[in-house]
Unconditional design. Structure first.
Length: 280
């Protein structure tokens, strides 16, 4: 017997509720999977952002390191330039100090020479005994710094030194001094100047002069100059003072004697015959 089509339609139908539940389960699983994918995507996106931030920081650090290295190189270069400049400055300062010292020495030497020149020109600028004596006193007072002093000439028999001019001497008067046994006589006889170095030159006295220098004419000693004491601001004699002593010793007496002879000749020059055959 053939199957009746109706028999098929009479079969019980599928359970729609179960199918619905199955579809819902599949959808739920898909939705859960989608959420998981979304979460994974968000996590990956967050990680990417974090890596990008770290990469940016790393790049900035590297750039900063390069900048620091460049800055350190620049600082090193500047330090080298600074050291070179300091070295040049020190050399220039040393050179300037050396130049200043030499200039100071040159100025000092020039000042000494000027003093000697002025003293020499003053001694030879007059043929009056009084004027020559005044020039000698000016040299002693202004160039040497003497406060109390006297000039002596030896008498005819050579036994006494007679004062012919003085300044600043206590009491205002000096008497003759015997050559034998006196400090002035020792200088006169020996022809060697003496300086009292035991005490300051401004503490000297007529009994203990600060300096005594011989007066010479044509290798013959004719007297002495005694510097009893110097000004308060001059406690010691300097190098130029000793040069002035030598100049006075050789020229003061010559100028004084020449002026005296010229005055005795009534200011008349010698005749021409006195100057003839001078080359012989």
């Amino acid at each position: 017997m053939a199957n009746d089509p109706r028999e098929k339609t009479d079969e019980p139908g599928r359970d729609l509720r179960s199918e619905r539940d199955e579809v819902l389960q599949r959808f739920t699983r898909g939705s859960s999977f989608a959420r998981e994918l979304l979460q994974d995507y968000e996590a990956l996106e967050q990680r990417v952002r974090s890596l990008e931030g770290e990469n940016a920081k790393l790049r900035a650090t590297i750039e900063a390191d390069h900048a620091v290295r460049d800055l350190l190189k620049k600082i090193e270069t500047l330090e080298l330039e600074k050291a070179e400049l300091v070295s040049r400055f020190n050399r220039a300062e040393a050179l300037q100090s050396n130049v200043s010292s030499r200039m100071s020495e040159a100025e000092h030497e020039f000042s000494n020479l000027a003093n000697l020149f002025v003293a020499s020109s003053q001694l030879s600028s007059s043929l009056s005994p009084r004027a020559v004596t005044r020039r000698i006193k000016e040299i002693l007072a202004q160039l040497v710094g003497a406060e109390a002093y006297a000039m002596y000439l030896v008498n005819a028999d050579g036994t006494e030194l007679v004062p012919i001019a003085s300044e600043g001497v206590p009491g205002g008067k000096l008497g003759p001094v015997r050559v034998a046994g006196s400090e002035l006589g020792k200088v006169f006889e020996s022809g060697e100047a003496r300086v009292n170095e035991e005490t300051n030159s401004n503490h000297g006295s007529p009994e203990r002069p600060a300096a005594v220098l011989p007066l010479e004419i044509d290798e013959r000693y004719v007297g002495v100059i005694a510097i009893f004491s110097t000004l308060a601001q001059k406690p010691r004699f300097s190098t130029v003072d000793f040069e002035l002593f030598r100049l006075l010793g050789r020229q003061a007496a010559v100028a004084l004697v020449g002026a005296s002879l010229f005055m005795r000749a009534e200011h008349k020059l010698p005749g021409l015959e006195a100057f003839l055959d001078l080359s012989v």
